[in-house]
Every structure is written in C-alpha cells, then in structure tokens.
Design a protein around this ligand. Sequence first.
Ligand code: SF4
Length: 355
Amino acid sequence: MTQSFFDFSRLELEETCKDSGIPKMHAQNLFRAAYKDSNPAPWSREGLPKKYAKYCAEKFVGPNLRVVSEHLSQYDHSVKFVIELSDLRQIEMVLMPESKRVTLCVSSQVGCAQACVFCHTGRMGLGRNLDASEIIGQVWLANKWISEHPQWLVETRLPPQQRITNIVFMGMGEPLDNVPAVAKSISIMTDPYGLNLAIRRISVSTAGHLDGLEELVKIHPAVRLAISVHSAIDAERSKIMPINRRWPLAQLIQKLRSLPTQQENGLLIQYTLISGVNDSLLHADKLVEILDGLNVKINIIPLNPVGPSRMKAPETQQLENFRDQIYKSGIRVMVRYSKGQDIAAACGQLVIQSN
Ligand code: SF4
C-alpha cells in the first residue's frame, strides 16, 4: 500500500529505507529534495540508483492535498488558500508577508470541536484531524507557490529566494486536540535536512487544552505557545469559550507557571476584544491580576466580524483604554490588527461552507 512521503519524519524514513536495504545517505537526500527543492516525487531525481527509485515509487506518493483557490488581499498582500484534501474535504491556510519574514498560518483540523462563540471555524464543528502529511503539506504547497510567484515577492519587497520563515498554528482547529500529527509536523519543519526552521519561529496557539499542552511540551519544550485567554473571569470565559468548563483559568495559569522553557522565552497571550463582553477596565485589571509573575506579552485583537453574529469590535477609544490599562501594569501589550481582513482570512474568520 502506498503512503504519503510527507507522513514520514526523517528518522522514520531512514528506518523504512534501512528495512528495504536503502542506505541512510539516500534517505537523507530524498528528504532534502522533498523539502529544500520542493520536489513532489524526490525519488525521481538524478543520483538515486534505479532499484531504490523503483522501490520508492511503489511505496510512496507525493503531496496529498492541492490548492483549489487563492485570494490575494489588496491591502497587505496576504494570501488565503483553500486547500482540498484527498477525501475532498477542505481547509484554509494564510500566507502573510512582513518585512524580512513570511509567516504561514496553518490548519491542524478540518473545522474545530471547541466552539468558541466568536469564531467562524468553531461553528463548523469538527470534521476530522489532519495527519502530519496534511499539515507539512501546507508548508510545502506554500513554499512552492512562493517560488512560482516571483512578482508577489517583488510587490512585498522580499528577496527572490525568500521562503517561509515562520509558522503559526492558528488556522482551522485546536492544534492541541491533534498533538501526534502537530508534533510530527514540527519535527519535520525543524529538521536540518527538512525545512530547517528554528523552533522559536514556530508558534502553537491553544484555547487552553491542558492535556494536549502537557503532551506537546514533552516532545517540543521550546516551541512557542500562544494562549487564547479572551476573558480573565471564569464564568464569562466559559460562556465564550466552552473549553473553560473543562480546564478553568486557575488550572490553565497554574500549568503555564510550571513550564520553565516558556517562562524563559515568554508566552504570547491572545485576547480578542469584544464590545460589551470583555472590554471594560475591570476586565483589563483581572487579566493583569491572573498573569501576575508570568513572562508574557499580550496581543489584543479587535474582534473580526463573523457572519450574522451580534458581537462587535469595540470602538477605538475603548480599545485604547483597555490597552493603556494593561500597559500601566508594566506588561508588554500591543494591539494586533489581523491581516487579510478583506479576504476573510483574519483570526476567527476561517471557514469552509461546504463541510
Ligand atoms: S478560536 Fe480556535 S479553538 Fe476556538 S473554535 Fe476557533 S479554531 Fe477552535
């Protein structure tokens, strides 16, 4: 039976090749060709003895996902891609250029089970988990797209050889509901023979899934974590983020305090500001109170409109008051306006209607 080449970490590939008599050096070269040269069928490259190429061609298939549409933002050059998986389900990913770096926001699930009320993806429910090949495949597709669109690099003032420099697991899904695939994809992203990204350039966002957090940091203790808090008052947080009923704030904060690497590197706290829901000065004070002593930076994200919801972004003055109240406490804080708002690619807006 064939299996996606992109489902193998390098060590697994070396092991599989070894079992079939293929020397480690060839396994490493195959891995390098797949990721560094964006080769969809690395066994077809020159230099691999024919018998090994035949074995690989019978055992492996290339990327098991494809771009079905792309939407370019007129404002900030970000690009939202709709991706079709082999079972015809669809996900989305977003490419975001910034000065000197290109960030890819990847999905980890089709839909999401967490049902945060302000999030479009949450309204889809969970379709299924992505496997590692479908996560790393998004990075592979995006790098290939960049190499085929030199004009995009010119327009974004990035150099011609520029490829993805940063990954954020902030697309569709709760990544920590799918740790095995997420962790393996991170191993491939950081492998020196693969994409060779520094672990500090990879951020995993979570709504506060503590079992998953425990599991992930055992495998990748230095991965960056972005914690979605959105309210520092338990009863209110439970209303907008049902996950809080399972892992309330006290447990979440206690867990964060116990992560030495994260304390060293700093945690990102995400706070979607919703008018009349979590944007008062009292909310700001409560947030400062629960984060006391943690090494954090807070990103305030004004709510992005999602469909017919009555929830609204706060007025500018309210937003500034909230930010300043936190700033006075000494905690690093900034307002982050999501990229790709004109193409429905901003935080909380990713959704596939047909799933
Ligand atoms: S905000 Fe994240 S965890 Fe919550 S429903 Fe949306 S995708 Fe899921």
